[in-house]
Write a protein that binds this ligand. Structure first.
Ligand code: ARG
Length: 466
């Protein structure tokens, strides 16, 4: 058991206590961030005349070597250390001797861990954003190829009005685009550096916090040292954004599972993204979509867990906050793998355009348009609604669609119907006439697609950091 403290203790920590208290088993993930933060800290200590140039050089060299050795596996992160901060400091002292003991001057593990976690979350925001962008590129490709692929649009899971596949995918494009903008907001809000806040009350050393903040790519230093060491809002905000991403993915998965079912057959999942049954030879299951839908729960769980952990904590740092890591890491890993697999699944999926179109034809999705046909010829809407309702009942009885009726049959229900009705309530007309911004009509849809293209081309990582 190797600890950074011990001077005031007369007894060894009980083994179980050490095991319960340790965080190395999970915070070793912050290894690179810990070294990056320490280098910035000692460079600043030297600039401020708190340590000598030689000491700084020796510390930076030692830290760099530790990083290399861990990365090429000549140095193992073994479990005798309490946390990653202890591991790095102890190994530095082993390597360079007394100069290593000065690294922690003017710093506490409280501001150190706050910094490490911020650096890590900040980087993960960019990674998740990249994955969202890859998904949007696939969605846009499907949209471009399907501005004329008709399908039924649903409300209450009942066929409602005809739309296109491009329109349906466009709805998800909007959702994931909002997710990206949420990430940008969080990045901007969190991008202030806690380093130099000390244990809670700053330090008496003349630290240049503006300088370390700029070395580490932050907007500036945080302005209240007590808040700095006990703020985990950015974890909660990120978990919230991740939860919303999962909610979007889960809804999409649910639809894909339905579309892939034997009853719908709107899509066919690629064999490489499907799984079989151990007993039923005919089965090809959408396990990936089901798992993404299922994993949504554990990401929501992480958000609830963090909110609950934080709710009773008095200022400033308390050990409860160590609980931020496992749930946040797990949620990040989960969302990243879900986004990656979901994107591949959609990219390889086949769309059964014929079946979608047939389904749109059969569900009276043009009933509103048939009512509008009468309205345009002078029938009040409420009467038109009743007339078409009766017409639908008649069709259900005969098991045909509205446009399969003869003009005589139509006229019997309303003399206002003329031969041009067939053209006016065709699937093509129903979709093409929906020309308002945001509607499935191909003219407007193509403009929206063009806008999305420019959005994807113009955006890059730099925008996020600005
Ligand atoms: N392992 C701790 C955490 O994750 C690091 C900070 C410890 N600070 C302390 N005063 N014990 O929160």
């Amino acid at each position: 058991m190797a600890q950074l403290w011990g001077g005031r203790f007369t007894k060894e920590t009980v083994k179980d206590v050490f095991a319960f208290n340790e965080s190395l088993s999970f915070d070793k993930r912050l290894f690179v961030q810990d070294i990056e933060g320490s280098i910035a800290h000692v460079v600043m200590l030297q600039k401020q005349g708190i340590i000598t140039e030689e000491e700084k050089n020796s510390i930076v060299k030692g830290l760099t070597q530790i990083q290399e050795e861990v990365e090429n596996k000549t140095l193992q992160i073994t479990d005798e250390y309490e946390d990653i901060h202890s591991f790095v400091e102890a190994n530095l002292i082993k390597k360079i001797g007394d100069a290593g003991k000065k690294m922690h001057t003017g710093r506490s593990r409280n501001d150190q861990v706050a910094l490490d976690m911020k650096l890590y979350v900040r980087e993960q925001i960019l990674n998740v954003d990249d994955l969202l962008k890859e998904l949007l590129q696939v969605l846009l490709r499907v949209m471009e190829e399907n501005t004329n692929t008709y399908m039924p649009g649903f409300t209450h899971m009942q066929k409602a009005q005809p739309i296109t596949l491009a329109h349906h995918f466009g709805a998800y494009f909007e959702m994931f685009k909002r997710d990206r903008s949420r990430l940008t907001d969080i990045y901007k809000r969190m991008n202030y550096c806690p380093l130099g806040s000390g244990a809670l009350a700053g330090t008496t050393y003349n630290l240049d916090r503006e300088y370390t903040a700029s070395l580490l790519g932050f907007e500036g230093p945080t302005l209240n040292s007590m808040d700095s060491v006990s703020d985990r809002d950015y974890c909660i905000e990120f978990l919230n954004a991740l939860s919303i991403i999962m909610m979007h993915l889960s809804r999409f998965c649910e639809e894909i599972i339905i579309w892939n079912s034997n009853e719908y057959r709107f899509v066919e999942m690629d064999d490489s993204y499907s799984t079989g049954s151990s007993i039923m030879p005919q089965k090809k299951n959408p396990d990936i979509a089901e798992l993404v839908r299922g994993k949504t729960g554990r990401v929501y769980g992480a958000l609830m867990s963090m909110l609950t952990t934080m709710k009773g904590i008095p200022l400033a740092y308390n050990k409860d906050m160590q609980e931020d890591k496992e749930v946040t890491f797990d949620a990040i890993d989960t969302v990243k793998s879900c986004l990656h697999l979901f994107t591949g699944m959609v990219d390889t999926m086949k769309f059964r355009k014929d079946i979608m179109e047939q389904s749109a034809k059969m569900g009276f999705t043009n009933a509103t348009d048939a009512a509008d046909y009468l309205v345009k010829r002078g029938v009040p809407f409420r009467d038109a609604h009743t007339i078409i309702g009766k017409l639908v009942l008649y069709c259900i009885d005969k098991n045909v669609s509205i446009d399969e009726l003869t003009i005589e049959e139509l006229k019997e229900i309303s003399p206002v119907f003329e031969a041009d009705v067939y053209e006016e309530i065709s699937l093509k007309t129903c979709v093409e006439k929906r020309l308002t911004t945001g509607a499935p009509g191909p003219d407007k849809m193509c403009k929206v697609i063009q806008f999305y293209k420019e959005y994807l081309e113009s955006e890059n990582e730099e925008d996020m950091k600005k």
